[in-house]
Design a binder for this molecule. Structure first.
Ligand code: NAD
Length: 495
């Protein structure tokens, strides 16, 4: 019998009110049940929100540097547990160990960054227009934060959200993806061990329909931070928006790498292999479009196909494998459905295009790295997010066409250009419609102290990471202090 894990609500580890459980299975070996997790309901969320509201009243008064010190301790604990966390993450969601170690490291970096922000939380002061008067502003916490996360970065994304929320003085109700509940549970354990008071952090496991909806609709949750698909993001925005909640949405992507005729092709090749097939293409920043200058198109496609033969798809725990499985059966069906669409649209399938079921692949959701050439910008495989190891290649005449093709997209998360022409590099920085542009680097590789997020349908204008996320989790209080000893009427007495 697999181990039963629990919710953490109001300072206690507890089962769901339903008494039901869901399984967390290893996508590389579906016979392995990683654990059983509570299938929670609205009533569990109600208790978590009540506890978070009560705990908020005291937590908001803890000095921010003291809150930061707890996060520093938690970061230290995570350093100690890094390897264990990475291995468990690979077991529950499949990506190879090098990548899950990186995911945990992003969590550690975010802990240390948040700890230091506890000593800053800057806001603005400005001179008063009156004599003997002072104008200041402060960052105040907002209240209870509802956090809903996807499965593809099981540690990094929950850390990106919960740590700034906590250091700003909010309490948290957290619902992780039901494909990666173990990593999320360990994050809460670490926060508690480091000294986060009970009630300040609550984790409620379960599905999006039951638990996610209950969080979004709960009238006593003040803000929602969601990362996931654009479809769910839209629903959340309209529900939470109707209650005038603050909402941060980080949604889908359809990121492109451009390779110009003057680019370093070996470097660009390394970049596209990592960008398109790292995390089996299941990153919001994954390279799923490759825009090649016509002068290097054929040569680069040859190089790419040859390099793909060197990728080894298999269990991410084994060091010889470079690409892990897809997350679940549903995702295999989505990816394969798009491959069929690509074929029917007239794109040329150059490699892959099928599930791997032989030998060691027999009990996992493995899919062969797939490349389509002859793709045109109007094709669905070039426009829609696939979230799998499928790369669509478009040929362009020049830089201007590359930018046009790149921007003809509803999403705008990450972008990349390989060129040695500094003028084109600078134009790309200016003109590519995306929240992130890499010059001579792949579309993936965020650093926690830099803003992360996208334009267009990738989100609603907020950013994770960097300073802007601290603005999302805090409210500005403006303070005027008049030490003149008389009534001073602004805009009247001084004119
Ligand atoms: P998803 O939208 O299916 O689920 C995300 C989370 O929302 C899960 O915890 C899920 O249980 C919950 N959820 C589902 N329905 C809900 C509802 N009606 N109300 C409230 N919560 C609900 O996404 P996913 O499959 O977990 O993740 C893949 C998607 O996430 C991709 O589209 C990817 O691009 C996107 N993503 C974006 C970023 C980014 O920063 N832009 C980062 C990672 C992933």
């Amino acid at each position: 019998m697999a181990k039963e894990y629990l919710n953490f609500i109001d300072g206690k580890w507890c089962a769901a009110d339903t008494g039901e459980w869901f399984e967390n299975r290893n996508p590389a070996d579906w016979d392995e049940v990683v654990g059983l997790f509570p299938k929670s309901a609205k009533t569990d969320v109600d208790r978590a929100v009540k506890a978070a509201r009560a705990a908020y009243r005291e937590w908001r008064l803890v000095p921010a540097p003291e809150r930061g010190a707890i996060l520093k301790r938690a970061g230290d604990i995570m350093v100690e547990r890094k390897e264990e966390l990475a291995r468990n993450m690979t077991r529950e969601m499949g990506k190879v160990l090098t990548e899950t170690r990186g995911d945990v490291q992003e969590g550690i970096d975010t802990f240390y960054y948040a700890a230091v922000e506890g000593r800053r939380l800057f806001s603005h002061t400005a001179p008063s227009e009156m004599r003997n008067k002072m104008n200041l502003s402060f960052r105040m916490p907002i209240g209870v934060a509802g956090l809903i996360t996807p499965w593809n970065f099981p540690m990094a994304i929950p850390c990106w959200k919960s740590l700034p929320a906590l250091v700003c003085g909010n309490s948290v109700v957290f619902k992780p993806a039901s494909d990666t509940p173990l990593t999320a549970t360990t994050l809460v354990e670490i926060l508690l061990e480091a000294g986060i008071p009970p009630g300040v952090i609550n984790i409620v496991h379960g599905g999006g329909g039951a638990v996610g909806t209950a969080i979004v609709e709960h009238p006593d949750i003040d803000l929602i931070s969601f990362t996931g698909s654009s479809m769910v993001g839209r629903q959340i925005n309209s529900k939470a928006g109707a209650q005038l909640k603050r909402v941060s949405l980080e949604l889908g992507g359809k990121n492109a790498q451009i390779v110009m005729d003057d680019g370093d092709l070996d470097l660009a090749l390394e970049g596209v292999l990592w960008g398109a097939f790292g995390t089996t293409g299941q990153r919001c920043t994954a390279t799923s479009r490759l825009i090649l200058h016509e002068a290097i198109h054929d040569r680069f496609v040859d190089m790419l196909l040859k390099a793909i033969e060197g990728l080894t798809v298999g269990d991410g725990l084994l060091p010889e494998n470079t690409v892990g499985p897809l997350i679940n059966k549903g995702q295999v069906e989505v990816v394969h459905g798009y491959v069929e669409i690509g074929k029917s649209e007239g794109a040329k399938l150059m490699c892959g295009g099928h599930q791997l079921t032989d030998g060691d692949h027999a009990r996992g959701w493995f899919y062969a790295p797939t490349v389509f050439t002859g793709v045109t910008p109007g094709m669905r495989i070039f426009k829609e997010e696939i979230f799998g190891p499928v790369l669509s290649v478009v040929k362009v005449r020049d830089f201007d066409e590359a930018v046009k093709v790149h921007n003809d997209c509803i999403y705008g998360l990450s972008s990349s250009i390989y060129t040695r022409d500094v003028n084109n590099a600078m134009r790309a920085v200016r003109d590519l419609e995306a929240g992130i542009t890499y010059v001579n680097g792949p579309t993936i590789g965020a650093e926690c102290h830099m803003p992360f997020g996208g334009v267009k349908e990738t989100g609603n204008g907020h950013r994770e990471g960097g300073w802007p996320v601290y603005e999302f989790y805090s409210e500005i209080k403006t303070v005027y202090i008049d030490f003149s000893g008389r009534l001073q009427r602004a805009q009247i007495d001084n004119y």
